[in-house]
Ligand binder design. Structure first.
Ligand SMILES: [Zn+2]
Length: 63
């Protein structure tokens, strides 16, 4: 039997994300992307669409 894992593209960084029960951040690849996207929702509404300005966050923030 082959186990097919559904993958989606992270809405924030477009990285392939495994859609699994373990991934509580789906459809995002990480907590960072989820938080960034969530924060962007409110801020982007008051700025120019299509020009998302994400803060440079290091990967250490993932955990
Ligand atoms: Zn991501």
């Amino acid at each position: 039997m082959s186990t097919k894992i559904k993958t989606v593209d992270c809405p924030n960084c477009k990285k392939a994300v495994a859609w699994t029960e373990e991934n509580s951040y789906r459809p995002f690849c990480s907590k960072r992307c989820k938080l960034i996207d969530f924060g962007g929702w409110t801020s982007e509404r008051n700025s120019i669409p299509g020009q998302p300005v994400y803060p440079a966050v290091e990967d250490e923030y993932d955990q």
